[in-house]
Ligand binder design. Structure first.
Ligand SMILES: Nc1ncnc2c1ncn2[C@@H]1O[C@H](COP(=O)(O)OP(=O)(O)OP(=O)(O)O)[C@@H](O)[C@H]1O
Ligand SMILES: [Mg+2]
Length: 247
């Protein structure tokens, strides 16, 4: 295992390139269950037939868990947008086409999105009344079996001559496409208040012929699930989106 070429460094893991391979090396103490779950999700999505990097190995290296996948040539949509912001509408169009293509697959072997959201709401630390409202809202929304990424954004999409490849399946579930879109909206909105979140959601709704209000119903739920990550800098912002539930 050659760990000289760092592609991305995060607080809990580092991603390396080693020739034709990518090694995602998790810090010591990182939950083995979470690592194996990510690898498990990846192979489920590979078997479904969607475009993901092929899993090569899951191993322990120097006391740390590693997920080894094939390296995918190309650039992430995040890189492409950064290089040529003037073409953002085109890149968003591309991103949404890929997201809608993903939602055409069903993913019965993945965890149910509603189960995941119910569990997150329960441990969100929100007061009982808000939790009740969120659980009730979640129960009232349609349950689907669609392949949902759960972290679908420009960083996780590689574009190349052959088309595209979607990375990073740790949050994948079977669920409702609009919930997945609400999550993408929130990711953009957490990253910056620069109009991209709104631009994305508007384009998603038009392309998928989905009512904006329908996606918006999911936003308090996905915001509550994000609260569980416990990032102090996001707390106030997320509470504002969760409290939309009151009307
Ligand atoms: N198989 C791959 N081929 C090419 N590049 C990759 C591959 N896997 C990861 N990368 C690069 O490394 C970056 C980070 O990888 P990845 O998205 O898997 O981790 P992450 O974003 O840290 O995960 P999480 O969102 O779960 O915290 C990607 O944005 C991409 O640039
Ligand atoms: Mg990523």
């Amino acid at each position: 295992m050659n760990l000289n070429n760092v592609i991305a460094a995060r607080s809990t893991k580092t991603i390396y390139r080693d020739g034709d391979l990518v090694i995602k090396l998790f810090n010591e103490g990182y939950s083995a269950a979470d690592v194996l779950n990510e690898a498990h999700n990846l192979v489920i999505v590979e078997e479904i037939g969607f475009r993901v990097p092929k899993l090569v190995n899951v191993e322990k290296y120097d006391g740390k868990w590693a997920i080894v996948t094939e390296f995918v040539e190309g650039k992430t949509l995040a890189q492409l947008i950064e290089e040529d912001e003037a073409r953002i509408d085109y890149y968003f169009d591309r991103m949404i086409d890929i997201q809608l293509e993903m939602h055409r697959y069903t993913a019965e072997k993945l965890r149910r999105h509603t189960d995941k959201m119910d569990a997150k709401i329960s441990v969100s630390g929100l007061d009982a009344t808000t939790r009740y409202e969120l659980h009730t809202r979640l129960a009232s929304l349609p349950k689907h079996l669609k392949l949902c990424h759960g972290d679908f954004g420009p960083d996780n999409i590689v574009i190349n001559d052959g088309g595209y490849c979607v990375l990073d399946w740790s949050h994948a579930t079977q669920g409702n496409a609009s919930a997945d879109a609400a999550r993408t909206f929130l990711l953009f909105r957490i990253a910056a208040d620069n109009g991209r979140a709104e631009k994305y959601l508007d384009a998603f709704c038009k392309k998928s012929d989905t009512a904006l209000q329908y996606v918006q119903k999911w936003i308090p739920i996905v915001a509550a699930s994000q609260l569980v990550k416990g990032r102090p800098e996001e707390r106030e912002f997320l509470l504002r989106w969760i409290n939309v539930v009151e009307y």
